[in-house]
Design a protein around this ligand. Structure first.
Ligand code: SAM
Ligand code: FES
Length: 403
């Protein structure tokens, strides 16, 4: 294969590619499989070469390939890189199989409030979005979501919302305690943003088991471009460390292809995740929302998201990794592809249908019209069609096994 130069539009640099590049990519995947870590430059090498072939990080950038000879994408080379992705996915699937066999855990997502005191530039429920139709679910409505969910086989309930302080700590503890008392065989996961150490401790004592708090980006410079000044990466990270210290199973993660994201930013995300060693890792493509400052920014791609799921599975072999709704929103088989890249969790919606469209973080979010039961059985069919099965289980993180 001749030497080609591809424009990497994450970094704006030209990436020279030849047969040695492909060999080195395979070597690095093997190394990651064996040792669960790589150096920053090694991650960058994998990502830049992957991105150079697939048309980079965002859907809108797909046109921007350059080729030193005839300005068309080299199909052979793209096929080779595709085969590298498949090579990665075979390994990442085998690791997921080793820990979780062909079992997929389901989490019932209850989006209980779309009020938010924050103003993340990417998020459809940000405080400044005056067009958002705001709602809050009552105690009884939340419990009734759990009742439905339990009957459908859910054994984890995820309470997610904007940062809405109108639910006091006592309110949250009351909700958590009621769910745990009624359904002691279930786990409660919280995803309600940045709170004080004391608040996290109260929720934990009330019975909360897990907490999801994506770090969003591990680069302070990039963080600044995605959030207003009063929201800091330092505080977000401190929250993550506090949650771990208290004893929660903790999840973190980031958006793929978020505006201004570079390869180096993603490398920082990977290194941070390696160091933090979370129980759960949530990544999904950034998708623009029409009423946010990023309304015209391109969405992240399926290819890069899947590639990163594969890398994360090798890096943190026992992690709980969801195939996210955002992934399913940018591709009709996004969830299935996510599982085949190494994910082992799906989080269908248990929120009442009348509020679903109001919890719009990004445009065209799927499953906003269906009843919980419909979503549950649709997912089951999809998952069985690729040889996996949904299980009735809390779905805790398995301990790490010897290599
Ligand atoms: N308020 C809580 C928090 O900050 O963690 C939980 C809710 S927040 C809306 C959940 C996640 O949605 C965020 O961590 C972010 O990564 C993701 N998100 C927000 N806007 C998005 C967008 N436009 N595209 C893709 N994901 C988005
Ligand atoms: Fe609510 Fe970002 S806009 S946490």
């Amino acid at each position: 294969m001749g030497l080609k130069i591809y424009m990497n539009t994450i970094t704006g640099t030209n990436v020279k590619t030849d047969v040695n590049t492909l060999k080195r990519m395979k070597y690095l995947i093997d190394k990651l499989y064996e040792y669960h870590k790589l150096e920053a430059d090694e991650f960058a090498f994998l990502l830049e070469n992957h991105t150079a072939s697939t048309g980079v990080s965002s859907i809108a950038d797909k046109k921007n390939y350059t080729d030193d000879e005839n300005n068309t994408n080299d199909k052979n080379y793209t096929d080779e890189i595709e085969s590298i992705s498949q090579y990665l996915f075979e390994k990442s699937r085998s690791v997921a199989q080793k820990y979780y066999s062909n079992k997929i855990y389901i989490r019932g997502l209850i989006e209980f409030t779309n009020y938010c005191r924050n103003d993340c530039y990417y998020c459809g429920i940000r405080r400044s979005n005056k067009k958002a139709d705001r709602y809050r679910l009552s105690f009884d409505e939340i419990l009734s979501c759990c009742d439905k969910g339990y009957a459908l086989g859910f054994r984890t309930f995820v309470l997610q919302g904007g940062e809405d302080l109108s639910y006091s700590d006592d309110d949250m503890c009351h909700i958590i305690y009621a769910i745990k008392s009624k359904y002691p065989d279930c786990a409660v996961t919280l995803s309600i943003g940045e709170r004080s150490y004391e608040s996290y401790l109260k929720y934990y004592k009330a019975g909360a088991d897990r907490y999801l708090l994506r770090h969003e980006t591990a680069s302070p410079t990039h963080y600044r471009l995605l959030h207003p000044k009063n929201q800091t990466l330092a505080n977000r990270k401190q929250c993550l460390y506090n949650l771990k210290e208290i004893g929660y199973q903790v999840g973190t993660g980031f958006m793929v292809g978020s505006p201004y994201q570079t390869t180096r930013d993603i490398v920082e995300d990977l290194l941070f995740i390696k160091e933090f060693n979370p129980h759960m890792i949530g990544i999904g493509p950034f998708i623009p929302h029409k009423d946010t400052p990023f309304f015209n920014k391109p969405a992240g791609t399926l290819e890069l998201t899947l590639f990163l799921i594969g890398i994360l599975r090798l890096m943190v072999p026992n992690a709980l990794i969801p195939a996210t709704t955002a992934l399913a929103t940018i591709h009709p088989q996004g969830r299935e592809k996510g599982i085949l890249a190494g994910a082992n969790v799906v989080m269908p919606n248990l929120s009442p249908v009348h509020v679903r469209k109001k919890y719009t973080l990004y445009d065209n979010k799927i499953c906003t019209g269906e009843e919980a039961a419909e979503c549950r059985f649709c997912l089951q069919k999809r998952i069985e069609s690729i040889g996996y099965e949904i299980v009735v289980d809390r779905g805790d993180c398995k301990p790490i096994l010897p290599s």
